[in-house]
Design a protein around this ligand. Structure first.
Ligand SMILES: Cc1cc2nc3c(=O)[nH]c(=O)nc-3n(C[C@H](O)[C@H](O)[C@H](O)COP(=O)(O)OP(=O)(O)OC[C@H]3O[C@@H](n4cnc5c(N)ncnc54)[C@H](O)[C@@H]3O)c2cc1C
Ligand SMILES: *[C@@H]1O[C@H](CO)[C@@H](O)[C@H](O)[C@H]1NC(C)=O
Ligand SMILES: *[C@@H]1O[C@H](CO)[C@@H](O)[C@H](O)[C@H]1NC(C)=O
Ligand SMILES: *[C@@H]1O[C@H](CO)[C@@H](O)[C@H](O)[C@H]1NC(C)=O
Ligand SMILES: *[C@@H]1O[C@H](CO)[C@@H](O)[C@H](O)[C@H]1NC(C)=O
Ligand SMILES: *[C@@H]1O[C@H](CO)[C@@H](O)[C@H](O)[C@H]1NC(C)=O
Ligand SMILES: *[C@@H]1O[C@H](CO)[C@@H](O)[C@H](O)[C@H]1NC(C)=O
Ligand SMILES: *[C@@H]1O[C@H](CO)[C@@H](O)[C@H](O)[C@H]1NC(C)=O
Ligand SMILES: *[C@@H]1O[C@H](CO)[C@@H](O)[C@H](O)[C@H]1NC(C)=O
Ligand SMILES: *[C@@H]1O[C@H](CO)[C@@H](O)[C@H](O)[C@H]1NC(C)=O
Ligand SMILES: *[C@@H]1O[C@H](CO)[C@@H](O)[C@H](O)[C@H]1NC(C)=O
Ligand SMILES: *[C@@H]1O[C@H](CO)[C@@H](O)[C@H](O)[C@H]1NC(C)=O
Ligand SMILES: *[C@@H]1O[C@H](CO)[C@@H](O)[C@H](O)[C@H]1NC(C)=O
Length: 578
């Protein structure tokens, strides 16, 4: 007892010595003595347009078990619906990010599976927050967070694959209802000469891709945006800032290549317009420097493109003979430069027993699309004699982007699932005639676990000057993004999760050895990357950090593996001692 008390005094003394009033080492968290009082929150309440929100984990309405506090049937019916999740401040799309793992291995969570008998706990879900609807709401929220030294979690849809939109005992700034949409065929950026106009859509930072697509479809236009059933990722939050890719990025570039202007509130509470002429340093950083790092986005203007017909090629094949799949995969890899030259984009999955893909050709025809895959289809037919089963082979054309988007198949990502992933951007050079075979061979050795394969690079993505945006330059010289992950069930223990994480680390090391120095996509990556600065930002890191220090010197906006995050420890709540 006495020993503990001495330790307490020692810690307190050293903390006081290391710190001063103006910059405490740690953020003030819910439960700490410094947490704002009821009257502090009342004063915040008087400055904002909506009632303060008290986010709860998705399944909380199913508890207490004996008499649920809400409609648990509704929770169960919608659990796997990403749009429904985005409507709820406490819901994360990947549900493990609603949970929190203590240092001793205990897990604070609220499981949908009530049969597990675990209590419903708050976990990683912020306890209180603001449902921002205006610039003024955001400014008041930021000023409140600064003056009380709070840990802020900016949440849009909650789709982040590393849980960056939640933080235990933090204060949430929810952007979901900043949902204005304006289409303007002669949009003029602020400060630009009147002759410089764009066919553009301006979306509030809470708008979902589905709504943005539908708005421009009515004008015969399309957008470069996230692609998933239901379109529930955010059009102007983390997707954009992390680098956001589309099936049609090979045709029209990444999200960061299509943005014209961004309006945001900075850590100082200032409402700024960032574009090529105003705050161009910040505009550079916002295009690839990662969400939750630069300020709170209010709205984003994107250029639109004329819509076009889209031809899909679906193909699924399986075999119990690994060699057969490897031969087919190798041929699939070989034709990638040609597919890229034809502007194909799409998604594949490969395991040692299957190759499935769904590739799309803009402005194509069935005949042209089939011609591009002739050698793969021909080889597959031949390989049926050696045990290949072709489960699906279909080609079809939709007349517009939106018709296509509304009919895309479900991908491997399951909204409401449990998942941790890692990724590598595969350099275009590896697909060269004298390289591809050895490369395919090596990559296939790690395909016992499923590898997701996204053809979203090359083409227009590679034609942009790497220095013109803050995005990881690795994107500009890569063709395919390879993604893989681990999954577990609700109620898994910390040791089970740790075992899976070590498997993920092994795969990460294996893939890194195959593509040494390759980058990774910030939005589809791991918090356990050994060298995150280099892997996520490459040579742009130092310039990004300089801009970060200029606009957010106290680190109000810090997210996992984000710019400046290495200066923080203890779940990013405390500054590292130097
Ligand atoms: C079902 C699904 C499909 C996906 N499809 C694609 C795809 O096709 N292409 C692709 O590139 N990626 C895709 N992703 C990955 C996606 O890019 C990331 O999940 C991304 O983080 C989502 O951003 P968000 O704003 O919607 O989510 P959130 O989780 O709400 O936010 C993500 C990050 O951005 C920050 N942020 C959010 N809003 C703001 C704001 N207004 N101001 C400042 N910071 C903000 C948050 O703090 C957090 O750090 C998909 C993910 C899922 C789950
Ligand atoms: C308080 O700490 C900050 C950051 O470490 C430093 O810049 C500042 O000078 C310190 N102020 C005082 C009065 O020591
Ligand atoms: C509960 O949710 C289900 C499914 O969404 C719905 O059908 C039902 O009407 C709801 N019940 C009540 C009492 O609201
Ligand atoms: C998903 O949820 C949204 C929002 O609640 C709803 O409009 C939509 O119909 C749901 N989709 C499905 C497939 O249930
Ligand atoms: C683990 O730590 C948490 C937080 O300090 C505590 O609430 C919990 O009781 C601990 N669990 C065990 C098994 O010690
Ligand atoms: C819920 O948990 C119980 C107990 O572990 C298990 O038997 C059951 O299969 C789980 N249900 C689902 C849907 O995962
Ligand atoms: C949204 O649009 C309305 C109506 O034009 C406008 O009054 C409001 O300021 C806009 N909100 C934001 C955050 O831009
Ligand atoms: C479109 O932008 C132009 C140029 O900024 C402006 O004059 C016009 O009013 C805008 N139109 C709409 C519908 O907002
Ligand atoms: C697997 O297929 C290869 C040819 O692709 C063949 O040489 C080999 O014998 C097959 N193995 C088995 C076990 O059938
Ligand atoms: C599609 O083809 C039409 C007609 O040839 C052409 O005008 C248009 O630019 C093409 N669009 C794309 C995206 O290639
Ligand atoms: C399929 O097998 C035939 C007959 O052996 C051969 O002529 C043809 O080149 C093979 N096609 C492919 C794409 O491997
Ligand atoms: C192809 O396989 C995927 C799973 O990878 C599945 O979702 C899809 O339904 C299959 N497509 C066809 C046309 O069989
Ligand atoms: C294929 O991958 C599975 C899953 O990792 C593994 O169990 C199996 O041994 C692999 N098969 C071969 C032939 O490598």
């Amino acid at each position: 007892m006495q020993g503990l008390f001495c330790l307490f005094l020692l810690l307190t003394a050293s903390t006081v010595l290391a710190l001063n009033q103006s910059s405490p080492r740690c953020r003030c968290l819910y439960g700490d003595a410094c947490w704002p009082s009821t009257s502090d929150f009342s004063s915040l309440q008087s400055q904002i347009s909506q009632p303060l929100i008290y986010p709860t984990p998705t399944a909380s309405a199913c508890y207490p078990l004996s008499s649920p506090s809400g409609n648990c049937t509704d929770i169960q019916a919608n659990w796997y619906n990403g749009t429904w999740r985005a409507d709820r401040p406490g819901s994360m799309d990947i549900t493990n990010y609603e949970s929190f793992i203590f240092r001793n291995g205990s897990i604070s969570a609220c499981y949908m599976n009530t049969t597990l008998g675990a209590p419903c706990e708050q976990g990683n879900v912020p306890v209180i927050g603001v449902d921002a609807r205006s610039v003024g709401d955001v400014q008041a929220t930021v000023k409140f967070a600064v003056s009380h030294n709070l840990r802020v979690a900016i949440k849009n849809t909650g789709h982040d694959f590393t849980g960056r939109s939640a933080a235990r005992n933090s204060f949430m700034l929810w952007t979901h209802h900043l949902n204005n949409i304006t289409y303007n065929s002669t949009f003029a950026p602020e400060g630009a000469p009147p002759t410089e106009t764009y066919d553009a859509i301006t979306v509030g930072s809470g708008v979902l891709w589905n709504d943005a697509y539908n708005t421009v479809a009515a004008e015969g236009r399309m957008l470069i945006g996230g692609i998933s059933v239901g379109g529930s990722t955010g059009a102007a939050g983390g997707w954009l800032q992390g680098g956001g890719h589309s099936t049609f990025s090979p045709l029209h570039g990444l999200g960061v290549d299509n943005v014209i202007e961004i309006k945001l509130v900075t850590a100082a509470g200032e409402y700024l317009t960032a574009n090529a002429r105003q705050h161009s340093d910040l505009f550079w950083a916002l295009r690839g420097g990662g969400g939750g790092t630069w300020g709170v986005l209010i709205s984003v203007a994107y250029q639109t493109h004329p819509t076009f017909p889209v031809t899909n090629v679906f193909f699924n094949a399986t075999s119990t003979n690994t060699t057969v799949i490897k031969r087919l995969f190798t041929e699939f890899v070989r034709i990638h430069p040609a597919l890229s030259a034809a502007s194909f984009g799409g998604y594949a999955t490969v395991t040692n027993a299957s190759l499935n893909f769904f590739y799309s050709l803009p402005n194509g025809t069935d005949a042209r699309a089939n011609a591009s895959f002739e050698s793969v289809f021909g080889l597959a037919r031949n390989l049926t004699a050696e045990g290949l089963e072709i489960a699906a082979q279909e080609t079809g054309t939709y007349e517009s982007f939106n018709q296509w988007y509304q009919n895309i198949p479900a991908t491997g990502i399951v909204d409401g699932g449990i998942l941790e992933i890692a990724s590598r951007l595969l350099p275009t050079a590896l697909f060269a005639e004298d390289e591809y075979e050895a490369f395919a061979d090596k990559l296939f050795t790690v395909a016992g676990n499923e590898i997701g394969w996204n053809l979203v690079g090359g083409g227009a993505v590679s034609k942009v000057n790497p220095g013109s945006t803050g995005l990881n330059p690795a994107w500009r010289e890569s063709l395919v993004e390879a993604v893989w992950g681990i999954q577990w069930g609700e109620g898994a223990t910390f040791s089970e999760i740790e075992r899976l994480r070590s498997e993920l680390a092994v795969t990460m090391a294996q893939v890194s050895a195959i593509v040494p120095g390759a980058g990774s996509y910030f939005n589809e990556g791991s918090l356990f990357e050994p060298t995150p600065k280099q892997t996520y930002f490459g040579s742009h890191y130092d310039r990004l950090k300089g801009i970060k220090d200029e606009y957010d010197s106290t680190g109000l906006f810090i997210v996992g593996a984000g710019v400046g995050s290495d200066e923080w420890v203890d779940n990013l709540n405390c500054r590292r001692f130097d």
